[in-house]
Design a binder for this molecule. Structure first.
Ligand code: SAH
Length: 489
């Protein structure tokens, strides 16, 4: 049997947009993904439908799966002929044990590649507003472990060399040993006024920072119960953090949104929220399944109406497959939305809005198969017509897995329902995460796009906080920004 292939991939420090293009390509083709605790679960949404996801979360004191077990799994899946991604937080070669995994794969003659990632020491400090080198504050930079496998966990390091020879030091896994680290640096000649910046959950919506000096930071950490995962940046560059960083100043920084979805693909509104600093899970995930072939005579119709751009695309691919020239059709083409009209026009045909349809014409509606059973609703919208289902949207169950992890980490504070259909879909799927409309309403503020959506949400048992005046992305952003400002003031 053909051997599989392994990609040892760095996921970056948290923000999913810090994954490399190559890393993303690996996730898209993977049959199996073995991922760590520090990997943002939102990245799992980039895997193909049906990919197997294996959690290797190694909590510091509680090894769920020891390294040997992970190595064994990598080998096992590869020998089964699978494409395997081993997804690690940050960069795989920085305290990621990638060397051991690679050696194991070599032993079995399994092909592999290592895909670098942005390491937390650089990612977290950048997102906290501090560059690790600066012409005026620091010319050298070191990555140092704050913990090792010796009995007391104190790392064996050339403390003198480090204290006197390196300007900026990033300590990983160093919170527990922080008093020891500060003591050693002071003992070996570093000034007690040296700035220290701690960044916890760097590059994520829950990023927190703490500023001090080598003399004060250990006490501050104790007082504020600052915990891992955090990076400790020691050096003059840390002075460059004055107020909130560019990242923390984004209007929706700290917002965690679950955005209801009813079809495949990313919504423009959700990506806009992300670009303003929110963390967004579009849920659940869908896969579009196109109807294979049809024997409908398009030539017979005076009007063809498209409910969505996907139906438009399907229609034109059908014409091509059946070798039908568009010029042989007499039908005028209508789109139910601006997007559908644009889709029609992208095929160099004119598209018209549905309110221009002519009563009495022989009409065909092409839409997703969910519309098949909604006969009355269809008639109200499009009058007398024949119906043709172009595609169906199938739920990808993997997204429940991502959603569960996000809920476990308490990373949902707002739920947005853009349509009544999204209320239904989310409510049906979320039972897999052991949640109900009641429990979700306690965790998060519910926002509905309009009155019909509001009514559906109430019917299902949600407590709705806000119904937007106007069902648009702009109105949603305005509302969320307002909420953040109220919180901040
Ligand atoms: N390979 C990873 C490091 C793994 S060691 C990388 O290159 O970043 C785990 C340590 O990394 C944690 O204890 C913490 O010190 C640091 N770390 C990982 N993610 C972090 C984050 N988002 N913010 C701050 N520190 C992080």
């Amino acid at each position: 049997m053909k051997k599989g292939y392994v990609y040892l991939v760095g996921a970056g420090p948290g923000d999913i947009r810090l994954l490399t293009v190559k890393g993303q390509q690996c996730l898209e083709i993977a049959d199996v993904v073995l991922y760590d605790r520090l990997v943002n679960p939102l990245l799992l949404e980039k895997t193909k439908a049906g990919a197997e996801l294996v959690y290797c979360g190694k909590l510091p004191d509680r090894h769920l799966l020891r390294q040997e077990a992970i190595n064994d799994l990598l080998v096992k899946y590869a020998l089964e002929g699978k494409i395997v991604v081993r997804l690690k937080g940050g960069d795989p070669s920085v305290y990621g044990r990638v060397g051991e995994e690679a050696a194991e794969l070599e032993k079995f003659n399994i092909g592999y590649e290592i895909v670098p990632g942005i390491t937390a020491g650089i990612g977290a400090s950048t997102y906290a507003g501090v560059p690790v080198t600066h012409r005026d504050y620091g010319a050298s930079f070191a990555i140092v472990t704050g913990h090792d496998k010796s009995p007391d966990g104190h790392p064996l390091i050339d403390w003198r060399g480090l204290a006197t020879g390196i300007d900026t030091i990033a300590f990983y896994m160093g919170i527990k040993n922080l008093p020891y680290i500060c003591e050693k640096l002071l003992e070996n000649g570093r000034s007690k006024e040296t700035s220290v910046l701690l960044v916890q959950w760097g590059t994520l919506g829950k990023q927190k920072t703490l500023m001090g000096t080598l003399e004060t930071i250990a006490q501050l950490v104790k007082e504020q119960k600052f915990s891992n995962p955090a990076i400790t940046i020691v050096g003059d560059v840390a002075q460059l953090r004055k107020t909130e960083s560019w990242f923390e100043r984004q209007p929706l920084f700290g917002k965690h949104v679950l955005f209801g979805r009813t079809s495949e693909g990313e919504s423009e509104i959700a990506s806009k929220l992300t670009s303003l600093g929110a963390e967004v899970l579009e849920y659940p995930r869908f896969m579009t399944k196109h109807l294979k072939e049809t024997y409908v005579h398009f030539e017979d119709y005076d009007e063809i109406v498209f409910h969505s751009p996907k139906s438009v695309e399907w229609f034109f691919s059908q014409l091509k497959e059946q070798r039908v020239d568009i010029r042989s059709l007499k039908a005028t083409l209508y789109g139910a939305s601006t997007k559908s009209i644009k889709a029609i026009e992208s095929f160099v045909c004119l598209g018209f809005p549905v309110n221009e349809m002519i009563e009495g014409n022989k009409r065909l509606l092409i839409a997703s198969t969910v519309w098949k059973d909604r006969e009355q609703q269809r008639r109200e919208l499009y009058g007398q017509h024949d119906f043709l289902g172009s595609h169906s949207e199938l739920v990808v169950r993997q997204s429940n897995f991502t959603c569960q992890r996000i809920l476990d980490e308490d990373r949902v504070d707002t739920i947005v329902f853009p349509s009544a259909e999204s209320v239904k879909v989310v409510t049906e799927q979320i039972t897999a995460c052991h949640e109900t409309p009641m429990t979700l309403s306690e965790r998060a503020e519910i926002i509905c796009f309009g009155p019909a959506t509001y009514e559906a949400a109430i019917r299902y048992g949600y407590k709705v906080k806000t119904t937007l005046q106007e069902p648009s992305g702009q109105a949603l952003i305005k509302e969320l920004v307002k909420q953040e400002q109220v919180k901040g003031s």
